[in-house]
Design a protein around this ligand. Structure first.
Ligand code: UDP
Length: 325
């Protein structure tokens, strides 16, 4: 099969590309490299540098490469930023997704996998959160993903376009070659490991007055390789029907527990300062992946926070300057 991967130079997309290539698929990456890295793109993938704002550029990729399926990772993805710059999300994320979907519809591409998010579940009634949970987006970021999710059943009905919506909890960890490298870095695990590498003085904990056992936010960290594998399985499963899955480990760890784990693994004291809450952050987000386990036999191979942070630590030690190093 030929797969078009938008955002294939980014953190999760580049690992999905790595796995698609290992599985013998042919891959075209469409990325504007504003957050992604050329070096993150697997050498056997074809990289097209273009903007999803540019319908003509997307159409050209469709006619030149004739993909059988699209995995759409390219997106602005920061909850906090989306509370400051909502139109980057409610505007750009949505319009870019629409451009891609419209081009797919017009070029007869009938398989679509959407990177969606646990930020759809801002007021969960049950924990861990499964696919029956009420959707209440927690930010313009979550709303932008929900807007795209809502288009998909229509496109299935009208064009026969099958879709998988994959709602990620907290992506983390690294493969030996590919890891997390954002600029600026705002995610907890790479920040904590940056302190361990001596690149930062300390980590600031965003709020210690949440209704959780130690007062800090609880998240479900899921390894990027496990996430990527779910895409490969979901793509094959589209042959039968469209899919909606939550992707987490089913266990939550507090910000303090993550920092403690990194202290143990790195042997560094990792000073932590107390800060105020970050807008848009719910207290607890833990996902249930029972459905994808049951239907597709997916199980996380990295099922402990230690193994996840350890894989990231190896990558950050190997590439202390990230992809620039
Ligand atoms: N966090 C923190 N300090 C930081 C970065 C993140 O305390 O410097 C917290 C954040 O409030 C959240 C958790 O760590 O509860 C995970 O945040 P991250 O940005 O890694 O992922 P998100 O949950 O936003 O997808």
């Amino acid at each position: 099969m030929k797969i078009l991967v938008t955002g294939g130079a980014g953190y999760i997309g580049s690992v999905a590309v790595e796995q698609l290539i290992s599985a013998g698929e042919s891959v075209v990456v469409l990325d504007n490299l504003c957050q992604g890295h050329r070096q993150a793109v697997h050498p056997q993938a074809t990289l097209v540098v273009a903007e999803l704002e540019n319908r003509q550029a997307i159409d050209e990729v469709m006619t030149t490469h004739r993909p059988d399926a699209v995995m759409h990772f390219a997106s602005h993805t920061l909850v906090g930023e989306s509370m400051q710059q909502p139109f980057r999300y409610l505007g750009t994320n949505v319009v870019n997704g629409l451009n891609l979907l419209q081009s797919m519809a017009e070029h007869g591409v009938r398989r679509f996998i959407l990177s969606s998010t646990a930020n759809l579940f801002d007021q969960p009634e049950r924990m861990p959160i499964d696919e029956t949970e009420r959707i209440v987006p927690g930010s313009p970021y979550g709303e932008s993903k929900y807007m795209l999710e809502r288009l998909l059943p229509w496109l299935e009905k009208i064009y026969g376009m099958r879709y998988a919506m994959l709602r990620y909890f907290n992506a983390a960890g690294a493969t030996p070659e590919r890891g997390e490298d954002h600029n600026p870095e705002l995610h907890l695990i790479p920040i904590v490991l940056g302190v361990a590498l001596g690149q930062r003085e300390s980590v600031t904990i965003f709020g210690e007055d949440y209704p959780t056992p130690d007062g800090t936010c609880v998240r479900d960290y899921i390894h990027v390789s496990d996430l990527a594998r779910a895409h490969i399985l979901a793509l094959a499963a589209l042959e039968k029907e469209s899919r909606v899955y939550n992707l987490g480990n089913g266990r939550g760890y507090s910000v303090r527990q993550v920092i403690e784990t990194a202290r143990r693994l790195t042997g560094h004291a990792i000073p932590a300062l107390m800060g105020s809450r970050r807008a848009g952050d719910p207290a607890v987000l833990v996902g249930s992946s029972r459905k994808i386990e049951r239907e597709l036999g997916w199980r996380p191979q990295f099922d402990s926070i230690e193994s996840i942070v350890e894989s990231a630590w190896r990558w950050h030690q190997r590439f202390p300057k990230g992809y620039q190093g």
